[in-house]
Design a protein around this ligand. Structure first.
Ligand code: VAH
Length: 326
């Protein structure tokens, strides 16, 4: 039986995935056993009051070590990162946070004997030389963004810490994640979140990607399921560590707009591609996730229709209550 994980630290807890991962981890392990950390405070009062929070800049190794000791941490979910679009605006910051932050977490795991570490990668690890349809698990990794290259480095560093130090580290290459609790910050796939808020509030959206920009996407409940399932998997069965391809759905902005119009018939979209178009054009259109399905039983629950219906139901109700908050 794998050792139980019950003293947890989440980095990037105020972010899009961190916020919701914190909720499920606190539900599973008890609020007091899950320490939330970030450089920004938690926005949601209910989450803020459900357990401990500490300010942490993951580039500061001594502070990370101090919190691991103070809270007797045995497991780290490392979500802190500068995403693709923000990374192109400040590549030096993206390198520092994404590389040194990941190094600090893996070093803490080695030196302090942590039980397990989760470090997500991204489809941003792929580049224009990578086959773009049903992108294989093993393939060319020559990303053209700073974010993407830091994700490739993180995958390789994780493999090194598994092979040389026996650190138990796991992670998946997330596609664009769609959710309704915390707005994402600085991503290229963020249009697929903003469009829902704008559709509910204003009935229209100006998209920063062109209509035919097909990208792999995933609804947040599936993202969270993938994290919990991979962290519970038998490490001895895993041939991969922090680089599992994951897939759930792929769609274009035009296809997403058509799905929204099934619920909001008057919804209108126009397209004004910006610098993020070149990033999206360097990423896959669809992913082969057979390794994750084989090694730890991955299967998604949400497709485009199911995700859109749920997103619009939640955001429409929030808007009707005057709490859409954008
Ligand atoms: C981004 N949402 O857009 C992130 C993600 C696959 C994209 O890594 O940068």
């Amino acid at each position: 039986m794998p050792p139980t994980m019950n003293r947890i630290l989440v980095t990037g807890a105020s972010g899009q995935i961190g916020t919701e991962l914190l909720k499920v981890l606190r539900h599973k392990h008890g609020g007091a056993n899950v320490l939330a950390t970030d450089i920004q405070p938690l926005a949601n009062a209910e989450i803020r009051e459900s357990g401990p929070f500490e300010t942490l800049n993951v580039t500061q190794a001594a502070r990370l070590d101090e919190l691991i000791a103070k809270y007797r941490i045995d497991t780290v979910y490392h979500l802190a990162a500068i995403l693709s679009a923000s990374g192109e605006k400040n590549p030096q910051l993206a390198w520092d946070v994404n590389i040194n932050g990941t190094y600090n977490v893996l070093e803490a795991a080695r030196r302090l004997g942590l039980l397990r570490v989760y470090i997500p990668s991204s489809i941003a690890a792929f580049g224009p030389e990578t086959p773009r349809d049903r992108t294989p698990q093993e393939t060319v990794l020559r990303p053209k963004t700073m974010y993407g290259l830091t994700k490739v480095a993180g995958e390789l560093l994780a493999d090194y810490y598994v092979a040389h130090f026996g650190v138990d580290v796991r992670g998946s290459r997330f596609p664009g994640i769609i959710s309704h609790e915390t707005l994402p910050g600085g991503g290229t796939t963020d249009y697929a979140v903003a469009i829902f808020y704008e559709a509910v509030k204003n009935g229209r959206y100006t998209c920063f990607l062109g209509p035919d920009s097909c990208l792999p996407m995933m609804y947040m409940p599936d993202c969270l399921k993938s994290v919990l399932d991979l962290m519970e998997a038998d490490f001895g069965r895993l041939k991969h560590h922090a680089d599992f391809n994951l897939a759930a759905m792929s769609f274009t902005p035009a296809e997403l707009a058509a799905e929204i119009r099934r619920h909001l018939p008057g919804f209108q979209i126009d397209y004004q591609p910006d610098f993020r178009q070149a990033i999206a054009d360097s990423w896959p259109r669809s992913i082969d996730d057979s390794a994750a399905r084989k090694e730890w039983g991955w299967t998604p629950d949400y497709d485009l229709a199911g995700m859109a219906k749920d997103m619009l139901a939640v955001l429409s109700a929030r808007h009707a209550a005057g709490k859409l908050g954008i």
